[in-house]
Design a protein around this ligand. Sequence first.
Ligand code: BG6
Length: 490
Amino acid sequence: MSESLKKIDSFVLFGALGDLSIRKLIPAWYYLERDNMLSDSLQILGVGRKDISDTDIKDEVKKALNEFVSPEYLNPLAVSRLVERFSYCRCDLSKNESYKDLSQKLSDWAKPAAYYLAISPGLFEMVCDGLKDSNLITPDCRIVVEKPIGYDLETSNEINEKLTRHFDESQIYRIDHYLGKETVQNLITLRFANSLFSSQWNSKGIEYVEITAAESVGIEDRWGYFDGMGQLRDMVQSHLLQLLCLIAMEPPNRLDDQSIRSEKVKVLEALKSLDQDSISSNFVAAQYTDGEIDGVKAPGYIYEDGSNQDSNTETFVALKAEIQNWRWLGVPFYLRTGKRMASKTTQIVVHFKSDGHYIFNENKESLKGNTLIISLHPTEGISLQVFTKPHGVDKHSTVRLDPMSLDFIKTQKLLNIPSGYQSLLMDILNGNQSLFLCREEVELAWKWCDETLDAASKSNQELYYYSSGSNGPDKSEELISRNGHIWYEE
Ligand code: BG6
C-alpha cells in the first residue's frame, strides 16, 4: 500500500448513469455491501448530465441492481443500505458553476475523496481542471480512470500529461478490470507460493504458453467506439498483455505495488517487436462475417447496427509474442482474442515440456507434456492435466491424460465469483495500487501495439475473415502450427 494514502470514505462517480456504472460499478458496490465490506461512513455521489434528484438516483441504483444482479443474490436489506449511500449532483462538466455545485455538495463530506471518471477520456482534462479550480484536489484524494488510456502512445501520453498536471502518480488509479478478477490475482499466488511450479517456470520447463480471450458477443451497441480501436487496441493492449506480464514476470521482492509494477515493466521492456520481416508469420488480423452462435443467426461485423460497410477494422487477432530475457528465451507466447467466436472462453494454457526418455507404448509425439489450464471464464479455476495409468490388468504400458481440477466456486464455497470491480473498488478506498497500472506499463504496451500495427500496415498485411460462431480464421491455426503447436480446445 502507498504509505502516504489514507483510507477514504467519499466516492464521487462521474458518469453515474452511464453503461459502465450501471452494468458493472453499481452491482460491484452491491456485492461489497452484501458482504459487509463497506464502512458505515462511506458515501457515494453520482455525477451526471441528467437533471435528476437524490431520490431519482436511488431509484436508478435499484433499477440497475434488479437488472444486473441475479435475483437469487439480491438481499433487500443490503439493497436499501447501498441505496442510502447514494446522492446526486447534476453537472455540465464544461461549466465552472457545476464544480461549485459539486464543491457545495461535498462541503460536509469526509475528505479526501476518490473521483472515478466513468466518462469519455476527452472530458478528463476538463474535469481535472474543474476539480483543481474548485479546490477539490487534496493531497490524499484519488483519481480513477479506465482502460483504454488513449488510442496509441501519443494520445496515451496526452492523457497521462493531463492527469499528472494535477495529481501525483500515487494518486492515479488506472484500471484494467482483468487485474481485479480473482483468478488473475491468483496467478501470483499460484506462481510464487507453489514451489512445484517455480522450478519449472522457464524455458527449460515450458514449451509454450497460450492466452485466449474469446467472446461470443459482437460489438453490441459500441460500433462507434470499437471501429476506431479494433481488437488489438481494445483487448490485447491491456488485458492480454497484463496476463502475459503476470505469467512471465520475475518474483517480486514484496507484494507491494512498486515491486509488482516494476517486474511487469521489465516484461514489457523485453517484449520483442514484431517488425516488417516477422509480422506476416507471427500476426493474424481478421473480421467476422455472418454466422450462427448457439443456433441464433448473427450478422457480419460490417452489417451490425450503426456500421460502416467499408470498415477494415479487425475483430480478431492471433499473434506470437516473444520475451527476450534469460527465463523465456525461445518460448512462444501465443495470444488470441476475438469477438463473435463460438463461446466465451478466457484462459491461459501453459504447456510443459515432455521428458527425454519415454518408456510407454503410445507414440511419444502424440503425448505432449503436462498442461496447466488457468481458467477465467466460464469457470474460474485451475486444472493440471496429468498422465495416469488406465484401469485394467492389461494396461500397464499405456497412459491416459486426466485433469486435477480446482473450481474456485466449489473449493472456496463462494456464493458467486466476484467481478473484478469489487476488489478494485476496495483497493481504491484503501489506497492500494498494486492491481492498477502505472504510467510506464501503459506506455510500453502502447509502444509495442503501435509498432505491431505499423509493421502490419507497412507490409500491407491482409485482413482475413471468419464466420461468427467459429474459432476464428484458419490462419490462426496456421500461425500456431508453424512451431508444431496447437491451440488448446476443451
Ligand atoms: C473490455 C473491452 O475492456 O473488456 C470489451 O472493451 C470486452 O470489448 C470486455 O468485451 C471483456 O471483458 P470480460 O470481463 O467480459 O472478459
